[in-house]
Design a protein around this ligand. Structure first.
Ligand code: SF4
Length: 386
């Protein structure tokens, strides 16, 4: 276990919810001071005589950049008083470009934020309209100029691939433009169409989704493009210049401890996994009674920990230790060599220097491969031959 844990703060407010999004969020442009006080109340439940060491802090959402500098400062300094912030704390704030100004950025930097994750999703107006994002290409590009004129150096962007009305050409054009800015990190998410979203309804009513083969081609082309631009494809959806991998998210993938604060957040702390309710009201009610607002609590068993090591470890370029995987499979009376040769023959995994990792083709089938490794029965149900 690494020294120090991660701290995640969920800010569940969005000015105009996007049509594809199924995160927990509430429509609202202004954040009440009461919410800020409740966040600090929840954080104070973790106050200990010997303060908990925090090495990464991540404001996610929702839209954390809707916080006023005054509110952010209050949260940041309140947390800094409850926890022991490491001297080299990585502190990220997710931001939608349209919410930023040069004054706000200066304030965020002064307060202690040192990494920005910018939700761009697309630079194509037709795609932005399809995704029902409340912003246009022109405004995003204007805001990028402001962002890169600020003091921030560690800046990431999010892009969605596989949206209806997008194409390999439009996505590569976006990437080409974005990599002309000095971004050091990129997250590329394949669009999931979630039941209950407005986009799901539009597809039901005839909007044509991008087909899986085209999505695979876009993903592979984007990976190649970014690697040629010296971004390392270090996780299924993430790329970084060397040394700029997101330390906070690595905690999730490496099974390290993190505490989540705010509605709908998750924690993995002292061997317990917990989840807060996706409801401001329920969250608030529990906090007002002085309780931890968990709606789910489970102790991580050794078996679950091993499974998670496979599930999360295979998301990473570095993969997992092959001796560990051999032991795991042999304990359930399955043959490591024959299972792995099946996957290597299909060019889905690499086995090198005692590490097992997924290839680019394997990333696209990661869910199936993980099920294949974790389930005894799956071998007979699914073949990985082309
Ligand atoms: S994608 Fe981001 S900005 Fe859009 S609704 Fe979801 S959380 Fe809010």
């Amino acid at each position: 276990m690494a020294e120090g844990c991660g701290l995640y703060i969920h800010i569940p407010f969005c000015k105009t919810p996007c049509g594809y999004c199924d995160f927990y969020k509430v429509k609202g442009e202004r954040i009440d001071d009461e919410f800020v006080n409740l966040l600090l109340r929840e954080a104070s439940l973790y106050r200990e005589d010997e303060k908990i060491k925090v090495v990464t802090l991540y404001f996610g959402g929702g839209t954390p950049s809707l916080l006023s500098p005054f509110q952010l400062e209050k949260i940041f300094s309140g947390l800094n008083e409850i926890f022991d912030f490491s001297d080299d704390l990585e502190s990220t704030l997710e931001a939608n470009p349209e919410t930023l100004s040069s004054e706000k950025l200066d304030d965020f930097k002064r307060i202690g934020i040192n990494r920005l994750s910018i939700g761009i999703q697309s630079l194509d107006d037709e795609v932005l309209k399809t995704l029902q994002r409340d912003v246009q290409r022109k405004e995003i590009l204007e805001k990028l100029q402001i962002i890169f004129n600020s003091e921030f150096k560690n800046i990431s962007f999010d892009l969605i691939i596989g949206s209806p009305n997008s194409s390999i050409k439009s996505v590569l054009k976006d990437l080409s433009l974005l990599t002309n800015f000095p971004f050091v990190h990129a997250s590329l998410y394949i669009l999931d169409i979630h039941r209950g979203t407005r986009l799901f309804e539009e597809i039901k009513n005839g909007l044509k989704p991008t087909d899986d083969d085209e999505i695979a081609e876009i993903y592979e082309n984007c990976s190649t493009f970014l690697e040629e631009k010296n971004f390392i494809h270090y996780e299924i959806s993430n790329f970084a210049r060397r040394g700029f991998e997101c330390k906070h998210n690595l905690k999730y993938w490496k099974e390290e401890e993190y505490i989540g604060i705010g509605p709908s957040s998750h924690s993995f702390f002292r061997n317990y996994r917990t989840k807060n309710p996706s409801s401001l009201k329920k969250w608030k009610n529990e906090l007002e009674k002085g309780n931890f607002p968990f709606e789910e609590v489970s102790k991580e068993s050794d078996k679950k920990r091993e499974e998670n090591k496979i599930i999360f470890g295979l998301r990473l370029k570095e993969g997992i230790d092959s001796d560990f995987l051999r032991r795991y499979l042999e304990e359930s009376e399955r043959d490591f060599d024959s299972l792995l040769s099946k996957l290597t023959e299909g060019a889905l995994v690499n086995v090198e220097d005692k590490r097992v990792s997924l290839t680019l083709k394997g990333y696209l089938l990661s869910n199936e491969i993980i099920t294949f490794l974790l389930s005894r029965d799956f071998l007979s149900e699914r073949e990985f031959d082309d």
